[in-house]
Design a protein around this ligand. Structure first.
Ligand SMILES: [Zn+2]
Length: 146
């Protein structure tokens, strides 16, 4: 079957009364609708939303034992790179300056709360190069254990 049948293309290009060509981006959990929209405009790929989800998931692990960031088993693949919470935090750090002032302030507050938990649940690693961002200077585990 051809990938794009002409009829399907026409149907997709003709908005019905209750449909839009581009659906509004979904609200990012934990962020206001305004900030979700600003994040979507700054990063239409959705990587920032995925990174925020990955950061929350890492911190949501139960228990009180220290958490260890882990290298992704396939870091070159966009779907897997965020398995490394440090990559997720890198993405979020890169998005903050792209946002207008109010969404930037909201995302920064959200990150500050998550960062406090990250500092509490991870351990410092003084062996990591001091020029790395602070979230990379934490004791990590290799991906070998997977
Ligand atoms: Zn992969």
């Amino acid at each position: 079957m051809p990938r794009n049948r002409p009829g399907a293309l026409r149907a997709a290009a003709t908005p019905g009364p209750r449909t839009r060509l581009v659906p509004p981006p979904s609200r990012i959990p934990g962020l206001s609708a305004r900030t979700s929209l600003a994040v979507h405009r700054a990063d239409p790929s959705g990587t920032t939303a995925s990174a925020l989800r990955a950061y929350r998931a890492f911190l949501a692990q139960p228990g009180r034992r220290p958490l260890h960031p882990r290298a992704s088993v396939c870091p070159a693949c966009p779907g897997c790179a965020l398995d490394d919470v440090r990559e997720a935090r890198d993405v979020l750090a890169g998005t903050v300056p792209l946002l207008p002032p109010r969404p930037r302030a909201e995302l920064s507050r959200t990150l500050a709360a998550l960062d406090r938990r990250y500092r509490l649940r991870t351990l410092p690693d003084p062996r990591v190069d001091g020029t790395e961002p602070w979230w990379r200077r934490r004791l990590a585990e290799g991906a070998e254990g997977w």
